[in-house]
Design a protein around this ligand. Structure first.
Ligand code: ADP
Length: 373
């Protein structure tokens, strides 16, 4: 009996030493969220001593914030969700220290289960201020470089168009053909720059949308007109089915054109010569649905979970179409979120794909007042 007790005390002491030696912040709570243990690293990150922290209600002692500095309500806190769902939750959030500073942390919280019952939680977290700073510098750099690239590019574009329109004398067919290639490459470069700029905005939480009533039929017509050259070049047909009554929706036309432009551009890019593309508008339960269909390469079953992932490009399309960044649909997803809509697709390899976009028809709260461009 005495030996068992000694073993238990020994195990307990060892567990305590191990806990205190963890190089990341570590906190345990009981089933009510009260702090039962806090290791020295957690004390140094949060600025609370062991005496100040023990017995305190974790969500109250240590308030949490999202990327844009908004307080995370208790119900959405990882600690609550870990308790409610019984799942391990990993996230990046911000904690407020005792000194009142917000520090970004990468955390994992796991429920402690005894006989299938949650008896508390253990959270391990790491201060990621340095990574955060580097990430911000990277975004600022991309943003600056993209802006700087735009100016010379618009000069190339303007003069190429002037040459092609004959303002500087008649061109022979070979010159005309070369110029067309220059214009197409400039357009692609412009699209890439605009994608990069928008992605840095999404990732830094600085996308701003200006919602106002817009005639959706007209937006689609403009997007199709922007792509007419490539459609003709590839001998594709493109059919537009507008929505009745020229419905207006409350949204941001620049963001919307970027989203639908990406879907139409993919449909064109991944449909072999002679294929068909259609853009269909319909309404359902106070929602506008935009469906962009093509008779192209389609998306193999095994890739379907990945198409909205950053930098993803399907092997089947890379074989046929070398140009692409794998950023278009990642951007689309981010922008659709900003507009309060949804995006999804149906596709059969070798037959074609339909990408759907749903947007609320009713006015939505206007979040901010500037526009993405
Ligand atoms: P990119 O077109 O630059 O490769 P996207 O993010 O726009 O990047 O698309 C990601 C991937 O999704 C594409 O590489 C392709 O594999 C697949 N995809 C997207 N749209 C289509 C489409 N209409 N038909 C077939 N595959 C598509």
């Amino acid at each position: 009996m005495a030996n068992k007790k000694q073993d238990y005390e020994g195990d307990k002491a060892l567990a305590e030493v191990l806990f205190d030696s963890i190089g990341d912040g570590a906190i345990t709570t009981d089933e009510f969220g009260k702090i039962t243990r806090i290791n020295p690293t957690a004390q140094s990150i949060l600025g609370y001593s062991e005496d100040e922290a023990l017995g305190q209600w974790f969500p109250k002692l240590c308030t949490a914030y999202d990327d844009s500095g908004g307080a995370i309500p208790l119900i959405d806190r990882p600690v609550t969700r870990a308790f409610v769902t019984g799942n391990i939750i990993s996230e990046k959030i911000h904690y407020k220290t005792k000194a009142g500073n917000l520090i970004p942390v990468s955390m994992t919280i796991s429920p402690i289960m005894v006989d299938d019952q949650p008896v508390g939680c253990i959270e391990i977290f790491r201060d990621i201020s340095r990574e955060y700073e580097i990430d911000k510098m990277k975004s600022d750099f991309i943003s600056l470089a993209s802006h700087q690239l735009r100016t010379p590019l618009s000069a190339i574009k303007t003069y190429s168009h002037m040459l092609s329109d004959g303002f500087m004398g008649q061109l022979n067919p070979r010159q005309n053909k070369s110029l067309k290639t220059i214009i197409a490459a400039t357009n692609r470069m412009n699209e890439t720059i605009s994608t990069l700029l928008n992605i840095t905005r999404i990732e830094s939480g600085s996308v701003v949308v200006a919602k106002k009533p817009i005639a959706i039929n007209q937006v689609i017509e403009e997007v199709i007109a922007d792509h007419q050259l490539t459609v003709t070049d590839k001998n594709l047909s493109i059919k537009f089915s507008p929505v009745k009554d020229n419905i207006k929706i409350i949204s941001d036309s620049v963001v919307l054109k970027e989203i639908i432009g990406n879907l139409v551009s993919n449909a064109i890019k991944y449909t072999p010569n002679g294929g068909q593309i259609s853009v269909k508008l319909s309404t359902k339960d106070k929602t506008l649905i935009v469906a962009v269909s093509d008779t192209g390469l389609g998306i193999p079953e095994s890739y379907k979970d990945n198409v909205f992932t950053k930098f993803f490009r399907g092997e089947n399309v890379i074989r046929q179409e070398t140009s692409g960044t794998g950023l278009g649909l990642y951007l689309v997803k981010g922008l659709v979120n900003e507009l309060g809509g949804d995006v999804w697709f149906e596709s059969t390899e070798g037959k074609g794909s339909t990408f759907y976009l749903s947007l609320p028809l009713l006015p939505q709260a206007i979040r901010t007042n500037k526009s993405v461009n």
